[in-house]
Design a protein around this ligand. Structure first.
Ligand SMILES: Nc1ncnc2c1ncn2[C@@H]1O[C@H](COP(=O)(O)OP(=O)(O)OP(=O)(O)O)[C@@H](O)[C@H]1O
Ligand SMILES: [Mg+2]
Length: 267
């Protein structure tokens, strides 16, 4: 891990005129995105919230090249997903740990993907295990870990890989509120040091405001931007103190009102 944060020079994201349609089993197409536009400067932490089925995961998938848009472009520093695949790291709601590999081996996969030299790999894994408070569990297998520990290993793999762009799709969504708060604090600590571009999908409004520079509220399908809100709260942030700040409470309230004003949940 590098020491101090430097101004990020890469990791600019641009969605331009994105249109995505999926066939549905009912026989008609589902229009998920239609002329969707969003620009994110390098190093910004952006949370995306919105009703279930509005296209949040689809957006991340389009950017990473897992889904092809029917129209429009999604670019990173002006380049397509195929050209930038190695610079994107994805973290899913359910961990994607290899069940047959230990904690240290699961983290090491990130380093292998990043083509780290073997000599530095061992030291780096040790650092990450220490940083994520997994010391003593290096040789445990995923089934021998709690849900929070598994997500910490997933985060460790992402950090080992060290991409320019972190795509995080409800990464802490399956965790209890206490563990989620701890993970959020860890992520803040990391981001405040490294300032990668982060696209963070969540259903938790307070988590979105606590972590982000900016919160995007999407409408029901086809997902369009209902609200694009800058979160001007000072950093470094202490989530516990933040909860009492009037500005924080106002942001949370404003986002809730916007979501409530939208249409009901979709499937
Ligand atoms: N591969 C696919 N094939 C067909 N339909 C899909 C596919 N992926 C997503 N969809 C549909 O696209 C819509 C948007 O899905 P998406 O997963 O992006 O929603 P979401 O906003 O992430 O929802 P949630 O908050 O529940 O995770 C849904 O109606 C879903 O059924
Ligand atoms: Mg989703």
């Amino acid at each position: 891990m590098t020491a101090a944060a430097t101004a990020p020079t890469s990791g600019h994201i641009a969605f331009k005129g994105i249109r995505v349609r999926f066939p549905s089993s009912a026989g008609h197409d589902v229009l998920v995105m239609d002329d969707f536009n969003l620009e994110i400067p390098a190093g910004q932490f952006v949370a995306i919230v919105g009703p279930s089925g509005c296209g949040k995961s689809t957006l991340l998938r389009v950017l990473s090249g897992l889904v092809d848009a029917d129209a429009g472009t999604a670019l990173i520093d002006g380049l397509t997903a195929e050209e930038t695949a190695e610079r994107i790291g994805f973290m899913f709601q359910r961990d994607t740990l290899l069940p047959w590999a230990s904690v240290q081996d699961n983290i090491a996969i990130g380093l292998e993907l990043a083509h780290a030299p073997a000599a530095t790999a061992k030291e780096r894994i040790r650092e990450l295990i220490d940083f994520l408070k997994l010391t003593g569990f290096e040789r445990n297998m995923p089934h021998q870990l709690s849900g929070g520990m598994r997500q910490r290993v997933s985060l460790g793999r992402l950090l080992a890989y060290d991409p320019d762009i972190f795509l995080m799709d409800e990464p802490f969504g399956a965790l209890d509120s206490q563990t989620k708060a701890v993970m959020g604090r860890e992520l803040l600590r990391i981001w405040e040091r490294h300032q990668r571009t982060v696209l963070f999908v969540t259903h938790d409004i307070e988590e979105a405001v606590t972590l982000s520079d900016r919160v995007i509220v999407l409408s029901p399908r086809p997902g369009t931007i209902r609200l694009d809100l800058s979160i001007d709260l000072p950093r470094p942030r202490d989530p516990r103190l933040l909860r009492k700040e009037p500005a924080y409470i106002d942001y949370v309230d404003r986002i809730w009102r916007e979501i409530d004003a939208g249409a009901p949940v979709q499937d």
